[in-house]
Each structure stands twice: as C-alpha cells, then as structure tokens.
Write a protein that binds this ligand. Structure first.
Ligand code: NAP
Length: 269
C-alpha cells in the first residue's frame, strides 16, 4: 500500500482508507476487517453516520488479531460549541470502544459559532489524549486558513472534501493551498457514491488502461485520485469483495503517460 504523510506530522497513513457513510448489511463489519487487512488501514466515520458502533465492532476484531488501524471520525456542526465538542468526542469514544481517536474532524464549517471556540475545545481534547490530530472537512482554503489561525498549539493536518475523476472542483483553490502548507486532502465519494461505475469511460479508456496493469477500472479510478500530491481516498465498500478491490487500488502507480491519457479522456477539470 502506498503511504503518504499526514499533514506535517511525520506520521504516514495509507493512500486508500475505508469510508463508512451508509455502510450496513451483512458483510459490513467483515468488509472493514478484510479491507484493513488488505492494506486500507484507515477507517473514516462520523457521529452523524450512525456507523461508529459498527466500526467499533471491526476495531475490536482487528485488535484481537493485532492489526493496527488509523481511526478518523467527525463532530457535527451543530455541536461546535465548546462543551458540545467535548461531549460529542466522549460519546464517539464510547461508541467506538477506544481511548483515543487518531483524527477528529469538523464535519462542515459552521459560521454561526466562532471557530476559535471550537478549535479551543479540539486543542483541549489533544492535550487530554482523547484525540491525536485535528482535521476539517468541506472547508475552502479560506476557511481552512481561518481555522488554522485560531489554533494556539496544534495545526490542522487534513481537509476531507469531495473529489473524484468526475468532480475536480477543489483542484484550483484547495489543492495548491494544501500542497504549499503540507495539509493532507482526504478525497470523499471518490467513486461518486457509486455513480462513477456507470460512466461510459469505464468501458472505454479506463478499461483499456486497467487491462495493461492487470487491474480493474475501479482500481484505476481510485489510483488516479491518489496520484495527486497529498491526496488520499476513502471509498466505501459494503462487501468483502469491493473492500479488497478498493484496497488493491493502492499498491501500484499509473505511469505518467497513462495519467495523461486518463486526464485527456476525462476532459480536464
Ligand atoms: P463512494 O466511495 O464514492 O462510492 C460508494 C459506492 O461505490 C457504493 O455504492 C459501493 O458499493 C460502490 N463501490 C465501492 N467499491 C466498489 C467496487 N470495488 N466495485 C463496485 N462498486 C464499488 O461514496 P461515498 O460513500 O459517498 O464516499 C466514501 C466515504 O467518504 C463515505 O463513506 C464517508 O466516509 C466519506 N464521506 C464524507 C463526506 C463528508 O462530508 N465529509 C460526505 C460523503 C462521504 P457497495 O456499498 O455495494 O460496496
């Protein structure tokens, strides 16, 4: 699995992790367990998803097998007042069955609550050892900059945003900022919530390139996402088969000529 530095922490995370929004079904826990064991050892959830309990079950199984996971979850914007952040974190820790969350993210900006108040609580959580790193989600470069300026000791290590071969809206503004400032971009809905799979390109140029590498079209799409500097991706998979396929997207690199051919087929931004 390709690994990338998280922010400027010196710590490395896998380029492919596992998302859990709307994760459910018979194989959900097993899909997480097997996906992690296949190399996608980062799991992303949120208090809003209702999947922290399920993630907790997977974490327990993995711990019993001695497998390490980088755990990311999120606090909802309605809980950005100081005491609510602390309460939300405690509740997530309890649902997840862990003592520490690796990455705690502000799920969306909330302009009605001063960011300094929210970030003050986040820094207290770091100091108390309840969370290790602070991240944000759905923040523009301007919002990210303001969030960072309101921190006293810590820095924001990541911004989780929607990004896929078919939705490149964050490229002009956020990507240059994150590259310059050393902030990890966590690409969510990298398969367009499943819609990418019915794009005609998957049977055309993408399939052609995939065949060259002995990979599937889905793996090529995900690999294209993580070919971008500082970007990691968190596809969601409900079955073991999908989870293994997604994890297998992170153990090869598309050659520059193939990336260019893909870019041309995708039609740029
Ligand atoms: P996604 O990962 O783009 O797509 C998920 C869909 O793709 C599911 O229908 C899944 O099917 C299918 N899929 C996955 N792997 C596949 C494979 N190998 N072959 C065929 N189909 C495959 O969508 P997403 O869930 O919207 O985004 C991923 C994660 O990003 C979320 O789970 C969540 O953790 C995060 N997210 C964050 C935010 C935010 O505001 N921060 C917003 C949205 C999402 P099955 O389920 O049947 O396997």
């Amino acid at each position: 699995m390709i690994e990338k530095e998280l922010g400027r922490t010196g710590e490395r995370v896998p380029a492919i992790g596992l998302g859990t929004w709307q994760l459910g079904g018979e194989q959900a826990v097993e899909a997480l367990v097997e996906g992690v064991k296949a190399g996608a050892w980062l799991i992303d959830t949120a208090e809003a998803y209702g999947t922290e309990g399920l993630v907790g079950q997977a974490l327990k199984k993995l711990k019993d097998q001695g497998v390490n996971v980088f755990l990311a979850t999120k606090v909802s914007p309605s809980h950005f007042h100081h005491d609510d952040v602390i309460r939300s974190c405690e509740a997530s820790l309890s649902r997840l069955g862990v003592k520490t969350i690796d990455l705690y993210q502000l799920h969306w900006p909330n302009h009605s609550i001063p960011i300094a108040e929210t970030m003050g609580a986040m820094e207290e959580l770091v100091e108390a050892g309840k969370i290790r790193y602070i991240g944000v989600s759905n923040f523009s470069s301007k919002e990210l900059d303001e969030a960072r300026a309101s921190l006293k000791r810590e820095d924001v290590v990541s911004d989780q945003v929607k990004y896929s071969p078919f939705d490149r809206h964050v490229e002009p503004d956020l990507f240059p900022y994150c590259e310059k400032e050393g902030i990890t971009v966590i690409a969510y809905s990298p398969l367009e919530h499943g819609r990418a799979l019915s794009n005609p390109l998957l049977g055309g140029k993408v399939a052609e390139i995939a065949a060259k590498y002995g990979k599937s079209p889905v793996q090529v799409l995900l690999n294209w996402v993580i070919s971008k500097p500082r970007v990691i991706a968190i596809p969601k998979a409900s079955s073991v088969g999908h989870a293994l396929e997604d994890a297998g997207a992170g153990n090869f690199s598309l050659a520059p000529a193939d990336l260019e051919a893909l870019d041309a087929a995708l039609g740029g931004r």
